[in-house]
Design a protein around this ligand. Structure first.
Ligand SMILES: C[S@@+](CC[C@H](N)C(=O)[O-])C[C@H]1O[C@@H](n2cnc3c(N)ncnc32)[C@H](O)[C@@H]1O
Length: 316
């Protein structure tokens, strides 16, 4: 196939008829996120608390994989109404009380999502919303990067509007070889999601960067069966690029570590004296402490960005 813009090749590779995210094994077959296993139980606790803070009893998990986080939420917070949204049919393992919506994928969300009064969470969604990729050529001109099926890149024409204006405002690049992952499509996808929620809170959680921390060589990469690999748009691997969270225009962007600390979740070692009086409780508490330590590690998951917008009725 002829080289074409990364954005288009990326979309087909993840969401086309044979796209990576339509595969039976789901994302958890290829990589682990904070929604899985023991981490997911603590994340679910946080999401439940944020729903309470927002005064809503419904949680919509957009881009929920196979509903791993919702399954945790269902067991610890059976009082909440839960809705999962992803690009596949409802997973058979999902608890029956959890609602499910099928989505087109990428920047598009289902029409059925509107007038929500909910905590809407998009955990590791925006990093898989395909974006335009540009690179500064030897003459200092920012050009669109094209890619073929084998992953070989070439430079196309000069970056056009409105991507160009986005780059000028949010990610100016002038040195030959510098790359820019244009966040405009993600900003618009986020705004669309916001417009679906009436009251409550909308949150996007992702690897993020801001003007001070842009990855000047770009961050586009791929995962396959747990291994970091070359970005090739072949439908066999995940394709992901970190998110410019400052351009989203959220009410606030806070690190996962700071947010968890604000909610009182710190990795405090339990009192050793309780090991003899309540050994099982002590072991459980130790496990929770190490899980919170992993989720708040400033050099790991704790560095994730939480982009948060709180809604008041009638105002997106
Ligand atoms: C990196 S995985 C994250 C899964 C889960 N949220 C987690 O953290 O484990 C990205 C997921 O986003 C889904 N996705 C991408 N675009 C979507 C969209 N517009 N609507 C619903 N799901 C989407 C993919 O199908 C995939 O399951």
């Amino acid at each position: 196939m002829n080289p074409r813009p990364w954005r288009d090749a990326w979309w087909d590779a993840l969401y086309g008829p044979d796209g990576f995210y339509r595969r039976d094994e789901g994302p958890a077959g290829h990589f682990t996120t904070s929604a899985h296993g023991g981490l997911g139980a603590v994340l679910a606790d946080v999401v439940g608390r944020l729903a309470d803070e927002a005064g809503v009893c419904r949680v919509v998990d957009l881009a929920c994989g196979r509903g791993e986080l919702l399954t945790h939420l269902h067991s610890i917070r059976p009082d909440l109404e839960l809705v999962g949204v992803d690009v596949v049919e409802r997973p058979p393992s999902l608890p029956t009380s959890v609602d499910w919506l099928r989505s087109p994928g990428g920047s598009a969300v289902p029409d059925e999502l509107h007038d929500l009064d909910a905590l809407v969470l998009a955990h590791e969604w925006l990093d898989v919303v395909p974006c335009t990729i540009a690179e500064v050529d030897a003459d200092g001109v920012l050009r669109e990067v094209l890619v073929d099926e084998a992953g070989t890149e070439t430079l196309g024409g000069e970056l056009a509007e409105p991507d160009r204006a986005w780059a000028d405002s949010w990610w100016p690049a002038t040195e030959a070889g510098e790359r820019v992952e244009i966040g405009l499509g993600r900003d618009l996808a986020w705004r669309d999601l916001l417009s679906r929620n009436r009251t409550g809170t909308t949150i996007a959680v992702d690897y993020g960067h801001t003007k001070a921390t842009r990855p000047t060589e770009g961050s586009l990469t791929a995962y396959r069966e747990g291994v970091l690999t070359n970005p090739v748009p072949d439908g066999q691997r995940d394709l992901t690029a970190h998110v410019a969270t400052d351009s989203l225009g959220a009410d606030e962007v806070v690190t996962q570590r700071d947010l968890f600390h604000r909610l009182g979740l710190t990795a405090t070692t339990p009192d050793h004296a309780s090991a003899s009086t309540d050994p099982l409780g002590y072991v459980r508490a130790l496990g929770r402490t190490s899980t919170i330590a992993a989720l708040t590690d400033p050099h790991g998951l704790g560095g994730f960005h939480w982009a948060v917008t709180r809604h008041t009725r009638g105002h997106a």
